[in-house]
Design a protein around this ligand. Structure first.
Ligand code: GLC
Length: 551
């Protein structure tokens, strides 16, 4: 089992499109594939190597499309299979590869297999495709365990005949039974289906939870479960049998030339174990930057750790500052607790909300953007692959103050409104400073856009050389040139610096990040890109600024 061939993804910059919020061609307020295709020239000008398309499959949107009704079709509100093919062709013609999101832990409760399981009844082969268990108690009315689902509430849902089914997320997202060979076969068919449609890679949702072992009798209580480490003894996170599942996927990927690749979404699994997914699949997400704040020492530690874990497994490092599940980094870095590592617990999201209502120290918008630009430039100089989330190239902030009745994320309703959820980073993008939905489409936007989006619009930033969009464009173009330059290596050498400053060299390419607030001397060399204005004599790097140099 090797991943030697087809290594384009090892240093790819991948741009995540959350399709319902990217670009809307038909004016129904929901982004679509024709809209996305119309923006391929924008993506090419931005200079990304690949796109990762979040779910575009038919779905009741109980969880933003991560509740899939049919894995081998396109949501009619988003487009058709022909339009998907046209998008792939346009991306490929522009030299951009495509990852699609694959959601193998759970389907939606509207999926034909789940509907069949409900009608077939207890003990049937149909039920064996999911995780049904008899209830407890004399009339089987009690759930098999007291476990809580990730979005709140019980993890077991009764179906009215004495059985319950397991759902790690919302009740509308029943978990598949991966011990059933039919489930395995069906997913291989799905992977081949999209690979045959030209897809270059897959992003695997909740990648560590597929293999489950619920055979213990009794099953552990919620309190006992919380004490079991992720890994071989945990009933559903990061079990060893998962390797066998992904070995099957790797064999399917290797049927193609070039072989397909995948990136595993793994949040809380111990990072050294993540490398084992990357070894089989190609990549795993290392979300460690999300917990490092804007702190030089912690950032350096993340870089060292991720480089050593990936080197040990022969896989490629991945770097992430934002995605559709977390508070946008321009906002995270603008909050008083900028170095908190609690980026997605509900109370922190709620602080965004309180700040937006003036009940907390407000977000420092300028500092947030300055730090976001600096850390992004630092990230883009690292060896490996960087994942960007739509809108971060505009320096977009979190929209914290959405009206409650507009919120769509199940986390909001399932926490009884205690956690405002993830909608704030999913508001449709502003393309123009005016017009309906700021150029997102000819109609409205499915989540309301704030008036301040106007100043962040693509069209506004295009004509401003100092804009964040132009910084990303310059950085990505320079990165491409630098990677092709003789002597630029994948090994990174740290250069000696003061506290608050990080500097490393990859051969002649040097990157310096000043996380402090006072200027530090600029090393010798030709300045390639800087995340902010340098002094006139260009002898120093101001606070909260990063610079690339050619030495
Ligand atoms: C992943 C997705 C997230 C989704 C969850 C359940 O974490 O990124 O958006 O809610 O899986 O599918």
């Amino acid at each position: 089992m090797t991943i030697d061939q087809g290594t384009w993804w090892r240093d790819a910059v991948v741009y995540q499109i959350y399709p319902r919020s990217f670009a809307d061609a038909n004016g129904d307020g929901v982004g679509d594939l024709v809209g996305a295709r119309s923006r391929v020239p924008y993506l090419a000008a931005l200079g990304v190597d690949a796109v990762w398309l979040s779910p575009f499959y038919p779905s009741a949107l109980a969880d933003g499309g991560y509740d899939v009704d049919d894995y081998r079709a396109v949501d009619p509100r988003i487009g058709t299979l022909d339009q998907f093919d046209a998008l792939v062709a346009a991306l490929h013609a522009a030299g951009i590869r495509l990852f699609v999101d694959i959601v193998p832990n759970h389907s939606s409760n509207r999926h034909a297999a789940f509907q069949a399981a409900l009608s077939a009844g207890p003990g049937s082969p149909e039920r064996d495709r999911y995780l049904f268990r008899p209830g407890l108690g004399p009339d089987r009315a009690l759930p098999p365990t007291d476990w809580t689902a990730n979005f709140g509430g019980p993890a077991w849902e009764p179906v009215g005949d004495g059985e319950f089914y397991f759902h790690l997320f919302a009740p509308e997202q029943p978990d598949w039974n991966w011990a059933n060979p039919l489930v395995r076969e069906d997913f291989l068919t799905t992977l081949r289906f999209w690979a045959d449609h030209g897809v270059d890679g897959f992003r695997i949702d909740v990648a560590a939870a597929l293999a489950k072992d619920f055979s213990a009798d009794p099953l552990p209580s919620a309190a006992e479960l919380a004490a079991i480490p992720f890994g071989p003894t945990h009933p559903f996170y990061d079990r060893d049998e998962i390797d066998e599942i992904y070995a099957g996927w790797r064999a399917a990927f290797d049927e193609y030339d070039p072989p397909r690749v995948a990136v595993a979404e793994l949040w809380a699994e111990p990072s050294p174990r993540k490398a084992r997914y990357a070894k089989i699949l190609g990549q795993a997400f290392f979300f460690d930057f999300l917990h490092a704040g804007f702190d030089a020492r912690r950032v350096r530690r993340v870089v060292d750790d991720v480089l050593s874990w990936t080197a040990a497994s022969g896989s490629a490092p991945t770097w992430v500052l934002s995605n559709h599940d977390v508070v946008r980094h321009a906002t995270r870095f603008g909050l008083p607790d900028v170095d908190s590592d609690d980026i997605w617990a509900g109370d922190r999201r709620d602080r965004r909300w309180l700040a937006a209502r003036g009940a907390e120290p407000a977000e420092d918008v300028e500092a947030g953007l300055r730090r976001a630009r600096a850390l992004t430039l630092f990230m883009l100089a690292l060896p490996g692959s960087s994942y960007l989330y739509q809108g971060e190239e505009l320096g977009l902030r979190e929209v914290a103050d959405l009206p409650d009745n507009a919120r769509q994320d199940p986390i909001f309703a399932r926490s009884g409104g205690r956690d405002i959820g993830r909608d704030g980073c999913r508001v449709p993008l502003p393309w123009t400073p005016g017009g309906p939905s700021f150029g997102f489409g000819p109609g409205g936007a499915h989540l309301p856009q704030p008036a301040w989006f106007k100043t962040y619009a693509v069209a506004v930033q295009e004509s401003d050389p100092a804009s964040t969009l132009n910084l990303y464009r310059r950085a990505l173009a320079a990165r491409r040139d630098l990677l092709a330059r003789p002597g630029v290596s994948n090994d990174l050498t740290w250069l000696p610096t003061d506290d608050h400053v990080l500097a490393f060299a990859r051969g002649p390419w040097t990157c310096l990040l000043n996380t402090g607030t006072t200027p530090v001397p600029l090393p010798e060399g030709e300045i390639i890109v800087a995340s902010g204005d340098l002094d006139d004599d260009q002898s120093s790097v101001p606070g909260e600024t990063a610079v690339w140099l050619l030495t």
